[in-house]
Design a protein around this ligand. Structure first.
Ligand SMILES: NC(=O)c1ccc[n+]([C@@H]2O[C@H](COP(=O)([O-])OP(=O)(O)OC[C@H]3O[C@@H](n4cnc5c(N)ncnc54)[C@H](OP(=O)(O)O)[C@@H]3O)[C@@H](O)[C@H]2O)c1
Length: 252
């Protein structure tokens, strides 16, 4: 039996990844602040389980507690593969760095960087103990590799998670296991995150007109289209390049 632990399943890309995996017979554990009842119904229709953990990923102590509970569930003989998909993310605060508050910076870094690092560490430990093959997926952004006016926090955390992923891949490659680590760049999608980006002021985000134009020109991909690209990669996990960077733009 295959299990996927996915953060940010309440909406957007995470909801699509969860739905498509369940349709492929994968049991899903979702983590976000709000529930997604559609996924619960979809699980019943597809004879798989969908388990939700309510957790604010900006609260490190809650991340530790929830992922310890989830990781302990992995010690089940019927589990053959685990996908750990770090998808939850925030682009806020969008503003120049001189306007940030320490609270906003802390919450942002906790969600985008600390939570996936803590969750990875906890689940990697258990996968080693229980000898379970683990595929760790980190959802990134092109902003990790370029400077966008008003996105210094977002670029910094996405760059940080990329380096973390590549370093974990290096470490795992030296162990006698089948674990894989991959970075997934979904490019631009039609989600609430894009709505937030489009509604920012030009003073805070100089490229706002360009992002409004993406929407008008129908350039934002649907999350189902993007999730399908990831699912195709995961379904042939033996071909995944450990530490590899997979961009939707290379496929679609
Ligand atoms: N949309 C794009 O164009 C785009 C482009 C490049 C990369 N990405 C990346 O793709 C991933 C998914 O983005 P999306 O566009 O689907 O975003 P979205 O529609 O805003 O959804 C974000 C998800 O993350 C969860 N989340 C956010 N803050 C959280 C917190 N404090 N605690 C727990 N869960 C939290 C949300 O759940 P709750 O609100 O219920 O907690 C939600 O399920 C992100 O990593 C993002 O950086 C997106």
């Amino acid at each position: 039996m295959k299990y996927a632990i996915i953060t940010g399943t309440s909406k957007g890309l995470g909801a699509s990844i969860a739905a498509l995996l369940m349709k492929r017979g994968v049991h899903v554990i979702g983590v976000s602040r709000s529930k997604n009842t559609k996924l619960e119904n979809l699980a019943i229709e597809n004879s798989v389980s969908y388990q939700h953990y309510t957790c604010d990923l900006s609260r490190v102590e809650k991340v530790e507690r929830v992922f310890s509970i989830i990781a302990n569930q992995c010690n089940r003989p019927e589990i053959t593969d685990i996908y750990l998909i770090h998808n939850a993310g925030t682009v806020n605060p969008i503003n120049t760095a001189d306007q940030y508050t320490s609270e906003a910076i802390t919450a942002h870094v906790n969600v985008n960087l600390i939570a996936p690092m803590v969750a990875s560490s906890i689940v990697l430990k258990k996968s080693k103990k229980f000898n379970l093959p683990l595929i760790n997926v980190y959802v990134t952004s092109g902003a990790a590799d370029r400077s966008v006016y008003g996105w210094s926090a977002y670029s910094a955390t996405k760059a940080g998670i990329n380096r973390f992923a590549k370093t974990v891949a290096l470490e795992q490659s030296q162990l006698d296991n089948d674990n894989k680590v991959m970075i997934f760049d979904p490019s631009i999608m039609n989600t609430e995150m894009q709505q937030e980006i489009r509604s920012t002021s030009k003073d805070a985000f100089q490229d706002v007109n360009q992002f409004q134009q993406y929407k008008k020109d129908n350039k934002l991909r649907s999350t189902d289209t993007v999730a399908q690209v990831l699912i195709n990669i995961l379904m042939e996990s033996n071909k995944i390049e450990n530490g590899g960077y997979y961009s939707v733009k290379d496929v679609l």
